[in-house]
Unconditional design. Structure first.
Length: 339
């Protein structure tokens, strides 16, 4: 299990990216910033001020970390101007832009927008909505996608098993998109496949999940439920014709070769899928927690995807190691986008 995470950190080191951590007031963030810097996983910009960081972690060594305070930074006025230009059509005034640019999460998103850092990590002490809204407002989506979504990297126990020969599976979207339309579901599929490749080095085979396999649930009563996944499958295939994407599948048809041979024998994905797209957040959130708790997989994420530049949200229950891993993942996303 640790092996894949170590590989991710090693690849992040080689990418040599700069990541902003927005919450210099949080002990776990300050400790993680010091660890990332010491291990050379990324260069860190920490938003806060030195006195505050020393107060929360008195023994911290801030050598090599750039600490920036939006209240005193010479960049704040420049970032406020960027924000004003982006949001004036929404009614934002220059005064409001200056106030908002001093907000630490917004300041971090504006740093990313300005190209002063390569990626953004926040959320140790802010809600998901407050962490991602600045990114949604100023970074926006990447070309080719209209949706910011998320996925979990599910790392298999003992380095892998018959269902996860690569050592990990990818599940999307279990945390962000509440009830995606067919169009949105197709974006989640393509983005999750890209994340699987960029972060875990997995060659993606994407299964669009349902309670139905290849039309088995095509009863009029369930029509909308099944057709949404069928439409999303067709749209995803059209958006990424070179990618192995298929559906709709029940989970067993997607992952068990013997079941696939009975239910979907002509598919290039059935029985060997490694990226699983759930039809909505209820199914996805329950699904990843079942695999985590009953299957002993380690759930890494949610990893945000679809942004024009990488932003990631931490859980408020995170520990130092989760923050370090998220910084490494964000650095790899930045490297993949730069390719
Ligand atoms: C993603 C989420 C944070 C967005 O928050 P929100 O309050 O809907 O954001 P807003 O409505 O203020 O939208 C801000 C902007 O982002 C855009 N936006 C919102 N969600 C988006 C998405 N998924 N993809 C792309 N753009 C999006 C909006 O269109 C809006 O753009 P505009 O201001 O330029 O017009 C929200 O959907 C959410 O809270 N999801 C559930 C997250 C959660 O709690 N998960 C459980 C924890 S694991």
């Amino acid at each position: 299990m640790a092996n894949l995470l170590q590989q991710i950190k090693d690849r992040a080191k080689a990418a040599n990216k700069t990541i902003v951590l927005c919450e210099g007031e949080d002990e776990r963030v300050v400790r993680a910033a010091a660890q990332v810097t010491k291990e050379g996983i990324a260069k860190i910009v920490l938003i806060g001020n030195e006195a505050e960081c020393k107060k929360v972690v008195p023994d911290v060594d801030l050598t090599g970390i750039t600490v920036v305070d939006p209240e005193t930074s010479e960049k704040t006025a420049e970032y406020a101007k960027i924000l004003y230009e982006l949001r004036k059509s929404k009614g934002m005034t220059e005064e409001e832009a200056l106030v908002q640019a001093k907000d630490r999460t917004m300041f971090g998103a504006l740093m990313l927008k300005a190209g002063d850092v390569d990626g953004y990590v926040s959320g140790a002490c802010h809600s998901t909505a407050n962490t991602l809204r600045p990114g949604l407002q100023v970074i926006k989506t990447a070309p080719g996608t209209k949706l910011v979504s998320s996925c979990f990297l599910m790392i298999a126990p003992d380095g892998g098993n018959e269902f996860a020969p690569d050592g990990a599976l990818v599940f999307g979207d279990c945390a962000l998109s509440i009830c995606p339309t067919a169009e949105e579901l197709s974006d989640i599929a393509v983005s999750s496949a890209q994340t699987a490749k960029a972060i875990a080095g997995i060659e993606p085979r994407v299964a669009m999940l349902s309670f139905s396999t290849k039309g088995s649930g095509n009863d009029k009563k369930f029509y909308d439920t099944v057709t949404k996944v069928q439409e999303a499958t067709a749209l995803a295939k059209a958006k990424a014709p070179d990618m192995a994407i298929d559906g709709e599948f029940q989970f067993d048809a997607a992952i068990v070769p013997k079941v696939a041979a009975i239910k979907a024998k002509d598919s290039n994905v059935a029985g060997k899928a490694n990226v699983f797209i759930f039809p909505d957040i209820n199914a996805g959130n329950i699904g990843y927690k079942l695999v985590e708790r009953l299957g002993g997989f380690m759930a890494v994420g949610p990893i945000c995807q679809g942004f024009a530049k990488p932003l990631n949200d931490l859980s408020r229950g995170c520990c130092d190691a989760d923050i370090v891993a998220t910084v490494a993942i964000t650095a790899l996303q930045a490297a993949a986008q730069a390719e």
